[in-house]
Design a protein around this ligand. Sequence first.
Ligand code: APR
Length: 328
Amino acid sequence: MPLRIVRNDITKMKVDAIVNAANETLLGGGGVDGAIHRAAGPKLLQECRKLGGCETGRAKLTKGYDLPCRYVIHTVGPVWRGGRFGEAKLLASCYRESLLLAAEHRCETVAFPMISTGVYGYPAAQAMRVAVDAVTAFLLDHDMTVYIVVFSRDAFEISGRLFNDVKAYIDDVYVDRHTDMRREQQRSVRVFDAMMAEPATAAAAPASLDDMLSDIEDGFSETLLRMIDEKGFTDAECYKRANMDRRHFNKIKNNPSYKPTKSTALAFAVALRLSIDETKQLLMKAGYALTHSSKQDIVVEYCIKNGIYDIIEIDQVLFKFDLPLLGS
Ligand code: APR
């Protein structure tokens, strides 16, 4: 998946390059900078000393030393001063410049911390928006998997209104244990009633197996391709909007009996801006249902009903609720 939001310690990420939220001296500091230097060992500081610092919004590259990554890309985020001093532009530049350096060094996987959101005070929800926009813009013409690593879920914010609306929606429709038990009891009563009832009169003769097999419907792959055409998207628009890489999409496209995960099927539904009914149809082709006993489904349903078709925004909500992300 091209862009993933994950919760982890960035020094543990096994990727080609991790990005460091450094300061202009590049000589180390606290926060993620301190953690990276500690994990990389003293040779990292020796190399950093030779770099002559780095301006805010720019990036420089070193080796990874004892870290499980090949490179560390050091970038300097802006200090938050209320938002009217070009902070967003500088922050976007950190992501873009780091990614350009990563591409120059043929990195296929890169992990970012949430630059500027610690000591430098950038509000996390706004910083995430800038990060996501900058990374997705870059990924439009680069094949790379980019991770945004969130250290602590508590520090991660989505807009309060969205969080509360989704929470209320989940509370409203989630089939809790209590309701499940009640339904279970009702079901046993129905099954018992049916058993006690008179046997049904003979039904119409069933179709032969051959007839049924010759009537086989389109699978997931064919349905997806048809929907892409009907909605007027190109294949590339579709997989990019689904936050999926080209190889994965081609696998699905070229295999008529491909069975995606439910998250992948949902990612396509969002990418194609399907209605709830169309989403159900597409899921059905992969053997799934949209159900109120899955919180992930409820969040996606809420988003579709409210016209939220930005997959990263949906993933941020899922992340906040500790649910599996789409396409993962
Ligand atoms: N892995 C991933 N993320 C981390 C880790 C870690 N091990 N440690 C901290 N973070 C997160 C923080 O929770 C925060 O969201 O990284 C984000 C950035 O926080 P800071 O490290 O404080 O970076 P920043 O706000 O950009 O400030 C940079 O801090 O120590 C200095 O030298 C650095 O002066 C520079 C300043």
